[in-house]
Design a binder for this molecule. Structure first.
Ligand code: HOZ
Length: 445
């Protein structure tokens, strides 16, 4: 567990300034009730200093914990909160929808509305299926890749995370990387033998895998911009090269846009980079803070999905009216003039300020942002893949995380998760955050 530092790291110069009495009591109790005290691993703060703060409420760019501490939030519920938490228009729409019931389990017009919006926005999507999470979307898309091509193997990239389905838990990012786990027990070797991996940004490695496995690979799946190994952008030509090599080999190209969808631009990374995959998975933003995932693509491929075709996939709560409502309202807000220019501008000011402060404190740093997504590594860089990301100073990141928390800024509690900004983050919030970074870097240097 090379990256798991919370139990062994020295607190060094970081002095705890927060009163977290209530958070600590609740988290202690939670540990007896749920594995690690949490419902998802990364939020347990295992790779940073100290215990998690327990949230009480969220609004706009802020989160408040049970002790009344307020934090400027750059996690945004891990991505959905791109308009800010609990946006008044989303809340009003949800209140109206609540009156009609919480779950239908039958077709509803809201599904048509959100489907039309997704199809209009995302270049590759001609038809879409709604599910309940990004993990579910990726599980289903993998089955569809195999069903459509009649081939079992898939190529994924080291450090990319596509949810916790068996076949994807190979050299995975997010919590798997955060906890420094090699792979997961309980995943049959026979399942992962069909998962081939390559370093991100390495087109030659992908070509070699195709050459070694003729007519056996159903496709390539990737985060077009990686957000689960920190934040790694595609090098020029990488996405285009993947498009070519998949086409040449009769395989599918799948973009996992669970993080980047409606965040990197309204049409996702595929619109921003001008490369159109065959299939796309989505989640987070399209649920506007409620649980939604989706997969979509060319009609010819999507027609394989049951009941149009033979590939089975189903869900009791899929297309849930509350979730559809929050998604529709969120996309309406994002569609407004100037959204992505504003997100680009505040996020690039944030990352440039972070890098400047680190350098002034004599710390190595590399980092970047696109639209409302950013990340940095405490190393000289460049970081083009997971191996290079792992070279960053995890101990220092742990100390930085606590120092920032002490100053009222909530960063993802892992060096292997991207940061997220929102339309609710004001220039003042960015200024306060940069001030906190300046002080924190000086403290931990
Ligand atoms: N895997 C998600 C982030 N990439 C969620 C993490 C969490 O909620 O713990």
């Amino acid at each position: 567990m090379a990256n798991c530092v919370s139990e062994s790291i020295s607190r060094g110069a970081v002095t705890d300034a927060l009163n977290t009495t209530n958070s600590q009591a609740i988290f202690e109790a939670a540990k007896e009730l749920m594995p690690g005290g949490v419902s998802s691993p990364v939020r347990a703060f295992k790779s940073v200093l100290g215990d998690p703060v327990v949230f009480d409420r969220v609004k706009g760019p802020y989160a408040w914990d049970l002790d009344g501490n307020r934090f400027i939030d750059y996690v945004g519920s891990w991505g959905p909160a791109i308009c800010g938490h609990a946006h008044p228009e989303v809340i009003t729409a949800l209140q109206d929808a609540l009156e009609k019931g919480t779950s239908f389990g039958a077709p509803c017009v809201l599904e048509n509305q959100l489907a039309e919006m997704v199809i209009e926005a995302v270049p590759s999507v001609e038809m879409v299926r709604f599910v309940n999470s990004g993990t579910e979307a990726c599980m289903a898309v993998l089955r569809l890749m195999r069903a459509f091509t009649g081939r079992d193997k898939v190529i994924k990239f080291e450090g990319c995370y596509h949810g916790h389905a068996d076949m994807f838990l190979v050299k995975a990012g997010s919590g798997v990387a955060t906890l420094g786990l090699p792979d997961s027990p309980g995943v049959p070797r026979s399942t992962t033998s069909n998962t081939l991996t390559a370093p991100y940004n390495d087109l030659e490695a992908v070509k070699e895998l195709f050459a070694e496995n003729p007519d056996a690979i159903s496709g390539v799946i990737l985060e077009p911009v990686v957000g689960n190994a920190g934040f790694i952008t595609p090098e020029p030509g990488f996405l285009e090269g993947l498009r070519e090599v998949t086409q040449e080999n009769g395989a599918l190209l799948v973009f996992d846009e669970v993080m980047t969808g409606f965040r990197i631009s309204y049409g996702g990374a595929q619109e921003r980079f001008g490369v159109t995959p065959d299939l796309t998975t989505m989640g987070k933003v399209i649920g506007g803070g409620l649980p939604v995932g989706a997969y979509g693509g060319r009609k010819e491929i999507m027609s394989m999905v049951s009941p149009s075709g033979p590939m089975y996939q189903a869900g009791t709560l899929s297309g849930n009216p509350l979730a559809m409502t929050a998604g529709i309202k969120t996309l309406e807000l994002l569609k407004q003039e100037g959204t992505y220019e504003k997100l680009d501008s505040i996020t690039s000011r944030l990352i440039e300020g972070i890098k400047k402060s680190a350098k002034e404190a004599g710390l190595p740093i590399t980092g970047s942002s696109i639209s409302a997504m950013f990340g940095f590594y405490l190393c000289d860089g460049p970081v083009r893949n997971f191996e290079e990301a792992k070279a960053a100073d995890a101990q220092k990141f742990g100390a930085l995380h606590r120092a920032m928390l002490n100053r009222g800024v909530y960063l993802a509690p892992s060096a292997f998760e991207a940061g997220f900004t929102s339309l609710a983050h004001s220039e003042d919030d960015i200024n306060s955050t940069l001030q906190a970074f300046q002080e924190s870097f000086a403290e931990i240097a």
